[in-house]
Design a protein around this ligand. Structure first.
Ligand code: 2RA
Length: 348
C-alpha cells in the first residue's frame, strides 16, 4: 500500500516541483496540498501560478488546498509531509507536524544545523538518519524532522564525497553561478537581472560553508563530528532560469591526477541497487570542453544527476572542475523526496 503524503507550501516554486514528482509516485500517494490562508479553500489549479516547464499533473488540478495546520482533517491519514515552506514559517510549523507524529522531510533551512536533526544526502551520509531517535527522545515527538541541504551545497558535496573518500580533502574553494529560480517567484517572471549579474546571495556562502562540513562529517556517539577541511564559497546570481553551475577548486590530502578524480566520481553510485524511484546516477561526466551547460544538461537523470565537466589540473589547488545541478529538482524537491524514499526503504 502507498504511504499518504502531503506538501506544505504547495503553491510555491519548490512546492510545484514536489507535486511534479509526487503526483504519480510508486511509493507515495499525494493526498494533501497545504498553503497560506490566501490559497486555502481553492482548487489547486486556481490557487497556484504554475511556472514549471512541465504540465500541471491532472490529479492535483481539482484538489482543494488546505491550510498548514496539522490538525486539519486533510492531514489525518498522512504519514509524511514534504516541506517547501520559507524558513521562518518552517521554524514554527514543522515542529507542530512532528509533534502530531508526521515525518517532515524538509527543504527549509530552519533546522538543518540543529545537533539532533539529520541533514542528509543519502548517497553521502545516510547513516546520519540515526539522529532521529535522539531527536524524538529529546523533543518528545512521535514524528521527526529530516532535512536536505541548500541547493548549492548539494551540488558541491555530491562531487566532493568520492574525492574525499579516495584522496582526502585539504581545502576547497567554490564560485557559484546560481539560477534565478533559486530566488523564488520574484526572480523568474521578471528576469530582472538580464544583462547583469548579482555577486551576492543572502546567507548562501555561510550555508555552503557550514552545511558541507556537517554532511561530510562523521556520526559518533550520537553526534556529528564535522569534517575537518577548509571550504570557502563565493556566490553569484546569474540570468539563467534553472540550473546552478559551480566552479570547484579542490586541494586533496594525497596526490591525485584529474583522470583519477574523474574515475572516482564516475564510479560513485552508492544507492544503485536500492531501486529508489527518484534515484539517478549521482554524477554524470561530460567530456566536451564547453560542458556542462544549464540548458543542455540540467535535466540529465530527470534533473537528479550532477553533471561534471572540465576536470583539469590546477596550479594552486590539485584539480578544478565545473559542476551543474538542477537547483529546484536535485537541489530541492528531488533531494527531499529521495531522502523519504531512502528512509521508507531502510526503516519502515
Ligand atoms: C538560492 N539557495 O539559489 C537558494 C535556493 N535555496 O538562492
Amino acid at each position: 500500500m502507498k504511504i499518504k503524503v502531503g506538501v506544505l507550501g504547495a503553491t510555491g516554486m519548490v512546492g510545484q516541483r514536489f507535486i511534479q514528482f509526487l503526483a504519480e509516485h510508486p511509493m507515495f500517494e499525494l493526498t494533501t496540498l497545504a498553503a497560506s490562508e490566501r490559497s486555502a479553500g481553492k482548487k489547486y489549479s486556481e490557487a497556484t501560478n504554475w511556472y514549471l516547464d512541465v504540465e500541471m499533473p491532472e490529479k492535483v488540478r481539482d484538489l482543494i488546498v488546505t491550510t498548514t495546520d496539522p490538525k486539519n482533517k486533510e492531514f489525518e491519514d498522512v504519514d509524511i509531509v514534504f516541506s517547501a515552506l520559507p524558513s521562518d514559517l518552517a521554524k514554527k510549523l514543522e515542529p507542530e507536524f512532528a509533534k502530531e507524529g508526521k515525518l517532515v522531510f524538509s527543504n527549509a533551512s530552519a533546522y538543518r544545523m540543529e545537533e539532533d536533526v539529520p541533514l542528509v544526502i543519502p548517497e553521502v551520509n545516510a547513516d546520519h538518519l540515526e539522529l532521529i531517535e535522539i531527536q524524538r527522545k529529546k523533543r518528545g515527538w512521535d514524528g521527526a524532522i529530516i532535512t536536505n541541504p541548500n541547493c548549492s551545497t548539494i551540488c558541491a558535496v555530491i562531487t566532493l564525497k568520492p574525492i574525499m573518500d579516495k584522496f582526502g580533502l585539504e581545502s576547497v574553494f567554490i564560485a557559484t553561478l546560481q539560477a534565478v529560480s533559486g530566488a523564488g517567484y520574484n526572480g523568474v517572471p521578471s528576469m530582472a537581472i538580464l544583462d547583469n549579474l548579482i555577486p551576492y546571495i543572502k546567507n548562501e556562502e555561510e550555508k555552503m560553508q557550514t552545511e558541507s562540513l556537517k554532511l561530510l562529517g562523521t556520526l559518533k556517539d550520537g553526534k556529528v563530528e564535522f569534517a575537518n577541511f577548509k571550504l570557502s564559497a563565493s556566490c553569484n546570481r546569474v540570468p539563467v532560469i534553472d540550473g546552478h553551475t559551480e566552479c570547484i577548486f579542490v586541494k586533496t590530502k594525497e596526490e591525485a591526477e584529474p583522470e583519477e578524480i574523474k574515475e572516482a566520481m564516475d564510479k560513485f553510485d552508492p544507492l544503485k541497487d536500492l531501486n529508489l524511484p527518484t534515484y539517478a546516477k549521482p554524477i554524470v561526466i561530460k567530456e566536451e570542453s564547453d560542458r556542462p551547460q544549464p540548458r543542455l544538461d540540467r535535466n540529465i537523470g530527470n534533473g537528479m544527476s550532477i553533471v561534471v565537466g572540465r576536470i583539469r589540473k590546477d596550479p594552486i589547488f590539485t584539480v578544478k572542475y565545473v559542476a551543474l545541478e538542477h537547483n529546484t529538482i536535485r537541489g530541492a524537491a528531488g533531494a527531499s523526496i529521495l531522502n523519504a524514499e531512502y528512509f521508507v526503504k531502510k526503516y519502515l
